[in-house]
Design a binder for this molecule. Structure first.
Ligand SMILES: [Fe+2]
Length: 494
């Protein structure tokens, strides 16, 4: 082990795992290499990993794939003009590429909860534990202690806990009650503090840096979130195939947009260069309009039988070329339990579709050619929009950034998102995805957050009575497409 390297790490108050040490040791000047890494990291980790190093290394030359469109994500991320990669050639490029789909995380077949009180306390304990593990890697929380210990100290303290209550004091300051299983502490956020504009949500897990007072309060100096390490690298699959994201088809509704949908499936089978690269189609939930989802829904249904709705969806997917594998997850309108995580649609529905469709749960994590995708219908956006000032239905990507910051898809319990208390919290974003997709809000968007491609997958329904009432203007019939080789994306309108 290089002692100079260890000394240099100690200077940064950091450790490195074995892979990172081995990697740095191969550099001509390991200490200089380490300094370069630290100078590029926006937040220095407690334990430097090989992933951290790779994240800040200059990107390798882009692979030869082709989505050269406006909204060139990789180029924007690099902040500089890069030459366009060569065009993809060959009529059947995507169909020449063998399927590479691996399911990584999905509740389907693993649900254990019965909704008892014990289930709930186990669920929240697992949430606290999973997110504490992520927060412990944050440099700002080095030396974090449990809350029971923190309350006895008079110096600056650091601790991690779940927000159990948020109060406003008579003077207008905020008091956030944080608990960790050993004790709970009231964390005081002065309205004069820059932290005051940060929205803290009930049931989220946060790190606190603060100073205890004699009155038993902890004056907050910093609120730390697990977040995504900056510059998460896109893995760049060697097969330059693409994935198209659609959502909220709402088959069975009178407002389903048949004509643009048929244009879309016909386009997939066309000679268009981008269409030919599409090997996967992710359907991010609310694929059918369902029955009895909201009061007087029957007045807005063209098909009032749930099986007929799915049969119709199978017919609508039939013109999709054989090379396209469909990955389908449910949403809050679909025929499965509404509580999240939702398992895949039942066998009785699955048997209506051919083998090109794979059914997964909501949320689910899977890889396509090694690119990790987190697919979540997005019900919790209702809770984000009503609890975080500045978030709107028109800008779903902002709510998705909030989820990534908190490494949780639905932190608020008891709002509009029903949550099933499973033994393991499947709504924790344990691994950083390369692509994160949602639907639900009938908007559309494609951007990047710290290297993660974030996608909101539009809808195939025109404005509904409910949306009209709430002044929500949908952006239907748009398809975000991301190339798994280059990580570049585009939105195609139909
Ligand atoms: Fe939905």
């Amino acid at each position: 082990m290089d002692s100079r390297l260890l000394e240099a790490l100690a200077k940064h108050g950091a450790l490195a795992d074995q892979a990172a040490m081995e990697y740095l040791s191969t550099a001509r000047d390991p200490v200089a290499a380490l300094e370069t890494v630290f100078s590029r990291l926006s937040v220095a980790p407690l334990v430097l990993t090989l992933e951290d190093i790779r994240a800040v290394e200059p990107a390798p030359a882009p692979p030869s794939t082709a989505i050269r469109q406006a909204g060139d994500l990789a180029r924007r991320a690099a902040g500089a003009a890069r030459p366009s990669p060569p065009k993809m050639r060959g009529l059947d490029r995507a169909s020449d590429v063998a399927e590479d789909f691996r399911l990584v995380r999905d509740i389907t077949g693993h649900s254990t909860c019965e909704g008892t009180l014990e289930d709930f306390s186990r669920y929240f304990a697992n949430r606290l534990q999973s997110l504490t593990r992520l927060l412990r890697t944050r440099r700002e929380l080095v030396g974090a202690v449990d809350i029971e210990t923190a309350k006895k100290l008079t110096r600056e303290v650091r601790f991690i806990g779940m927000v159990s209550e948020i109060r406003t004091s008579r003077k207008g300051d905020r008091v956030v009650e944080v608990e960790d299983g050993t004790d709970s502490a009231p964390v005081f956020i002065s309205q004069d503090s820059p932290l005051f504009k940060e929205t803290v949500l009930e049931d989220e897990v946060i790190g606190v840096v603060g100073k205890p007072t004699e009155k038993g309060l902890v004056i907050a100096q910093d609120i730390v979130r697990p977040d995504v390490p900056s510059g998460h690298p896109f893995p760049g699959a060697k097969d330059g195939v693409s994935v198209a994201f659609v959502s909220d088809v709402h088959v069975g509704s009178k407002t389903f947009l048949r004509e643009p949908w048929e244009k879309f499936t016909a386009w997939l089978g066309s000679d268009d260069e981008v269409a030919r690269s599409v090997r996967y189609l992710v359907l991010a939930g609310d694929v059918a309009d369902g029955i009895g989802v909201y009061p007087r829904q029957e007045e807005e249904l063209a098909l009032d039988d749930i099986f007929e709705q799915y049969e119709e969806l199978a017919r609508l997917l039939a013109p999709t070329p054989d090379r396209v594998k469909v990955i389908l997850l449910p949403g809050n309108h679909d025929a499965v339990r509404p509580a999240e995580p939702q398992p895949a649609l039942p066998q009785s529905v699955q048997k209506l579709f051919d083998s090109s469709v794979t059914f997964v749960g909501n949320p689910s994590a899977f890889t396509l050619h090694g690119v990790r995708i987190l697919a979540y219908h997005g019900r919790s956006m209702d809770d984000f929009v009503s609890n975080v000032p500045g978030l709107t239905y028109a800008k779903p990507l902002d709510a998705m950034r909030e989820m990534l910051k908190r490494r949780h898809l639905a932190p608020i319990y008891g709002g509009k998102t029903p949550i099933a208390p499973e033994a393991e919290d499947h709504l924790v974003i344990d691994e950083v995805p390369d692509i994160f997709v949602t639907g639900h809000v009938h908007s559309v968007g494609l951007d990047e957050y710290r290297g993660v491609r974030i996608v909101n997958a539009s809808a195939w329904q025109s404005q509904t009575t409910y949306q009209k009432m709430r002044n929500i203007e949908p952006k239907p019939a748009r398809v975000p497409i991301v190339n798994l080789g280059s990580g570049r994306g585009m939105i195609k309108e139909f």
